[in-house]
Design a protein around this ligand. Structure first.
Ligand code: C2E
Ligand code: CA
Ligand code: CA
Length: 685
């Protein structure tokens, strides 16, 4: 085959290439490469389909591309002898092309890439192209023989390998340097060249010989070939464009998922951040925060909650603000971002929106109330764009914020962010370093002066702000969803205290802990409680949970379920601050609580005010008729105690009259003192 001499009596033939078909073949090779690269790109992206699907599709596109290039290239070539193709071999020749493409693409798309992997990928691809070509040549049946020029034969293979290597290397490595599409086009051209230059160099390596009697008129054997080329080319074109389309679709879906919110179809937080980071002059931002969506979810279920969110999005979108972009930046937050708009006009537009949910809304035959607030911030200079979002947040996170549909403009003198931030940043170390600690306030049976347990109250000895009242930092922790961690921590500390008392000979002590807001219905709470009593080996009876009316009112049914669960586990549950919330008396009957803590405000003017005394009396009677233990909070004077003792039996009193909240050391001293003052053989030990 590689000898250059012709068989005796044969003459050399000169072939002829039809140029339009040559160009068609090169074009298809480049299109196939472009398609394969696009499909290949999906391998490393998030996609609906598994990565290997894209790898296989890319290999198919490339394999078919190489094959059709060869096929059309061969059809472009005519010899003055009869020529046809063996169908089986023609078909089989596609296999090495697909396999080689698969190997090359798998190597090139591995997460760890090295020069060696590209070399191997280039070799695989090059050999694939060449073996397709030479298998395809073997499928040729004609009245002629051919010889290869060894050097050109080797050069054709070398070209296939080297150009494939360069193409894959360019594609994978220069992505960061050039625009993606440019890189892809350059690479596709290179790959197309690798395929076609291999083919035409391969053809140049051949010399055809035939016996003079076989010579026929040129092109005679070619008419049906031309008939074939057109459908093949069209078929290939469709195949490749379909594949290309699928990768474009996938990329589009990926983009939609990453940058848009599925529920409202609005651009999401990622898109928002992208836009926010584009610096530009004079921008304003309005963030709408909806406060009670979670309550709606809890009350009516998540699918109704979703409807509410869609409704809000719809109303916001329909607000005819052609100068703004609207985003859903968090579950309950929407943002308008505008540029170069007069602040007053912007604020006016937001005020108009606020009217939409000032009153109750009827949605799917349910009346709901939305509670919202809108924070507006604006910046002038291009370099201050990062302030835009921070300022709007500072408005929303201000401790005194209310959700009454107000439009609040950022004001640097009011919305200082730093104190809050300081609290939040310092929290973790405060728990670890015992800056946070518990004090214990005794609760005393009024009739017998016996101790009926303690309430644990939290304190923070802050390195900068000194001793801080919980009324300052608890709301901040609640707003920023950090209170749950603190609650777990304080349950642990209270239980540890009980077990320490136990060890030092003060057994059977009870401690009540304050459980904030909606944490009562969280599965995490019951888990934390169980873990703690197991760890310290204490009886659940020794722990009481104080919950407030307001947290219960938000979702009555789930609260009842949660309270029942705590009771079944042996914990006591007290309703704190009774009378300050909005609960009705029938609601009190439904609650499976053990204890009612009547708020300080009911006892303050007792016994001087007759009216207040009567009300307090009525509440106590009612509570006792429901078999609840009654605790009166904030009792400060002997007159109050006297009144209470004569009003009802078995009351428990908690207040400065008996003791302020104390640290364990102070408490130990107090026990001694208290028992002597009351000639106390009845107290404690
Ligand atoms: P609270 O649960 O109603 O706690 C009773 C508050 O009344 C305590 O204030 C207590 O020191 C105070 N107090 C008790 N007796 C008297 C009295 O005779 N006169 C007066 N004027 N006040 C009395 P404190 O410790 O400042 O706590 C305030 C609020 O902070 C608590 O109200 C509770 O809502 C919250 N809190 C305190 N500790 C914790 C805690 O560990 N976790 C949670 N989530 N909240 C806590
Ligand atoms: Ca309490
Ligand atoms: Ca209270």
């Amino acid at each position: 085959m590689f000898t250059s001499s012709a068989p005796p009596g044969y003459i050399e033939l000169s072939g002829h290439h039809s140029m339009p078909f040559v160009f068609l073949s090169i074009f298809l090779a480049c299109l196939a490469s472009y398609t394969a690269l696009s499909l290949n790109e999906r391998v490393r992206k998030n996609s609906f389909f598994h990565q290997s699907i894209w790898l296989i599709l890319a290999s198919l596109a490339m394999g078919f591309g190489i094959w059709s290039m060869h096929f059309i290239g061969m059809s472009a070539f005519s010899l003055p002898v009869a020529m046809r193709y063996n169908h089986v071999w023609t078909f089989v020749s596609i296999v090495p092309a697909i396999l080689a493409s698969f190997m090359a693409f798998s190597l090139a798309s591995r997460p760890k890439q090295s020069f060696l992997s590209f070399t191997l990928a280039g070799i695989a691809m090059g050999i694939g192209i060449a073996s397709m070509h030479y298998t395809g040549m073997a499928a040729m049946v004609m009245d002629a023989v051919y010889r290869y020029d060894v050097w050109l034969f080797l050069v054709s293979i070398a070209i296939a390998i080297v150009v494939s290597f360069v193409a894959l290397f360019v594609f994978s490595n220069l992505k960061r340097l050039m625009e993606k599409r440019v890189i892809k086009i350059v690479t596709a051209l290179l790959m197309g060249m690798a395929v076609s230059s291999m083919h035409y160099t391969g053809m140049a390596a051949m010399t055809f010989y035939t016996s003079p009697e076989f010579i026929i008129e040129e092109h005679a054997g070619h008419t049906d070939m031309t008939m074939l080329i057109i459908p093949v080319a069209i078929g290939m074109f469709f195949l490749l464009t379909t594949l290309l389309f699928s990768s474009t679709m996938d990329r589009y879906i990926d983009y939609k998922i990453s940058y848009f919110d599925g529920l409202t179809r609005l651009p999401n937080r990622r898109q928002f951040e992208k836009m926010l980071n584009k610096s530009s002059d004079s921008r304003s931002l309005a963030i709408w925060n909806f406060h009670n969506l979670e309550k709606i979810n809890n009350g009516y279920g998540y699918s109704f909650g979703d409807r509410v969110i869609q409704h809000i999005a719809c109303e916001l979108r329909e607000s005819d603000l052609d100068f703004t972009d609207l985003y859903r930046i968090e579950g309950n937050r929407f943002a308008f971002l505008v540029q170069g708009v007069d602040l007053d006009i912007f604020r006016q537009a937001m005020a108009t929106i606020a009217l939409k949910w000032k009153g109750p809304l009827l949605l799917e035959e349910k009346w709901i109330e939305l509670s919202s607030v809108c924070a507006i911030s604006f910046v002038k200079g291009a370099d201050t764009h990062h302030q835009l979002y921070a300022n709007a947040l500072a408005v929303l996170e201000h401790p005194l914020i209310k959700y009454e549909h107000d439009i609040i403009l950022y004001d640097s003198t009011v919305h200082t962010f730093s104190f809050q931030q300081e609290i939040l940043n310092g929290l973790a170390s405060a728990m670890k370093e015992d800056e946070l600690f518990l004090v214990y306030q005794p609760k005393i049976f009024a009739d017998t002066h016996r101790l009926n347990g303690f309430e644990a109250l939290i304190r923070w000895r802050h390195p900068v702000h000194g001793m801080m009242s919980p009324e300052i930092f608890i709301p901040i922790l609640e707003q920023n969803h950090r209170i749950d961690d603190v609650t777990d921590w304080l349950i642990d500390r209270a239980a540890r205290q009980i077990s320490q008392w136990e060890k030092s000979g003060v057994p059977d002590q009870k401690i009540a802990v304050n459980i904030p807001g909606e944490y009562i219905t969280s599965a995490r709470l019951i888990a934390a409680l169980k873990k703690t009593i197991d760890h310290y080996q204490i009886d659940p009876k020794q722990l009481e949970l104080e919950i407030t009316e307001t947290s219960v009112v938000q979702s009555v049914e789930s609260a009842i379920r949660a309270i029942r669960l705590f009771r079944e586990q042996g914990f006591s549950v007290a309703l704190d601050d009774f009378g300050t919330g909005v609960s009705s008396l029938s609601f009190l009957r439904q609650m499976p609580i053990t204890t009612l803590k009547i708020d300080k405000s009911f006892v303050d003017r007792v016994p001087l005010s007759q009216k207040d005394s009567a009300i307090l009396h009525a509440i106590i009677t009612l509570g006792q008729s429901l078999n609840l233990q009654i605790v009166i909070e904030g009792v400060e004077t002997a007159e109050q105690v006297r009144f209470l003792v004569t009003t009802a039996r078995s009351l428990t009193i908690q207040g400065y009259y008996y003791a302020k909240p104390m640290t364990p050391d102070e408490l130990a001293e107090w026990r001694v003192h208290f028992s002597t003052v009351l000639e106390g053989d009845f107290l404690l030990s």
